[in-house]
Design a protein around this ligand. Structure first.
Ligand code: NIG
Ligand code: FE
Length: 387
């Protein structure tokens, strides 16, 4: 079944060879979709015919957002922690244990129903690819269960047994690292594409540089791609480890030294910024301009989770990136789409061209600039191709 989408007032392709500027913008454009992929892109005047037609009446169309960092499989609520932070409490990661207790007690059906509702929320805001981490189970069966549940909605699943040391292992941390890198990794690897570690010496709950190195080595040996939560609360060793291990992405990057920026510059490890976290923890924002000017590839993602940032909205993240981190609207859109695709090492998403996946978002607006210009307004939605 093929479909031609006409009347696209502004089409962002993210391919400079297809259109104007770095976002490869086409005006008065059309797209032909065949099955799951894009078969043709060009001017509406020369669009070929297809089985079905839909006209978007001058709206903008962009590649669907690639949310390359989320923690969507959980139970419980931590609104009280958010309220306490707004009254001055710092974020330390300590509340993760509360979500672990609630998640362990939930049934698969409860987890899946919450997950599906969050995924629906994301699609209604223009997101078409979602990476989802485990990390609220923290024992062998529970971590494998969370990944199996996540697999129902995405192939971009990440094993995060090394999220924090669970309370029952607080006095024997190295036993927990042994469990994560042994039995837990073996049980989880079949359901995961990636492994991640919360590398943060400033948090008593997370992992230091040596522990993180042990986790990354074992995950690499198990054939998983690597990602790192790094430099969220302090200028710790996360970025350097991510680069050394050839991780696809190091996420947060709130506190960076000059040598962190130099290590990332021109390399293949993407710096994924999560400004919703700084918003929701009242922390200083990462220095996006410093990274971009050094030649670092920057992605934007939500980090949607019940603790540090409970937004599912990539448009909100774009608005923060533009207003608070001084990214241009074009840089922010690119980072939320093509940047996210690079953070997941994917070349079939994050751009629109012949052969890419037909993951499109349509905006109730004439231009992508409105995503930041009209913050909080529900402009974006994933284009549903099947009726
Ligand atoms: O990316 N930093 C560690 N993990 C999450 C927060 C998880 C939570 O607080 O529940 C994050 O911010
Ligand atoms: Fe996270």
């Amino acid at each position: 079944m093929s479909l031609v989408v006409t009347g696209i007032g502004e089409l962002v392709t993210n391919d400079a060879a297809l259109g104007e500027g770095p976002l490869g913008i086409l005006r008065n454009a059309a797209i032909v979709v065949d099955g799951d992929s894009v078969a043709w892109v060009g001017s509406a005047d020369s669009a070929p015919d297809a089985d079905r037609r839909t006209d978007v009446a001058g709206r903008a169309v962009i590649p669907g957002f690639v949310d390359s960092h989320s923690h969507l499989v959980f139970a419980g609520d931590r609104a009280d922690e958010f309220a306490a932070r707004m009254a001055g409490q710092p974020y330390t990661g300590g509340g993760i244990a509360r979500t672990v207790a609630a998640t362990r007690a939930a049934t698969d059906e409860e987890l899946l129903s919450r997950l599906r509702s969050l995924v629906g929320e994301m699609r209604r805001q223009g997101t078409t690819t979602i990476e989802i981490k485990s990390g609220y189970g923290l024992d062998v069966e529970q971590e494998a269960r969370l990944l199996r549940v996540a697999r129902d909605v995405t192939s971009e699943t990440t094993f995060l047994g090394a999220h924090v040391v669970p309370p029952e292992f607080a006095s024997r941390r190295s036993d927990y690292v042994d469990l994560v890198t042994g039995e837990m990794l073996a049980a989880c690897a079949p359901y995961a594409r990636w492994a991640d570690v919360f590398c943060e010496p400033a948090s008593p709950h997370a992992f230091d540089g040596e522990e993180s190195r042990t986790v990354l080595s074992a995950a690499r040996a198990a054939g998983l791609g690597l990602r790192v939560h790094g430099n969220q609360l302090s200028a710790g060793p996360g970025v350097q480890l991510a680069v050394e291990f050839g991780a696809a992405s190091v996420d947060h990057c709130t506190y960076l030294t000059d040598s962190d920026v130099a290590a990332l510059a021109g390399g293949t490890t993407v710096a994924t910024l999560l400004p919703g976290v700084e918003f929701s923890t009242r922390s200083p924002y990462p220095d996006a301009r410093r990274l971009i000017e050094a030649g670092v590839t920057v992605a934007l993602a939500t980090d949607c989770n019940p603790g540090s940032c409970f937004t599912s909205s990539m448009p909100f993240v774009i608005a923060l990136a533009v207003r608070e981190m001084r990214m241009t609207p074009a840089e922010a859109l690119w980072s939320a789409t093509a940047g996210g695709a690079l953070a997941l090492r994917r070349d079939d998403i994050g751009r629109i061209g012949v052969g890419t996946r037909a993951d499109l978002a349509v905006l109730e607006a004439p231009s992508y600039v409105h995503l930041a210009y009209r913050p909080g307004v529900p402009l974006a939605s994933a284009l549903t191709l099947q009726e």
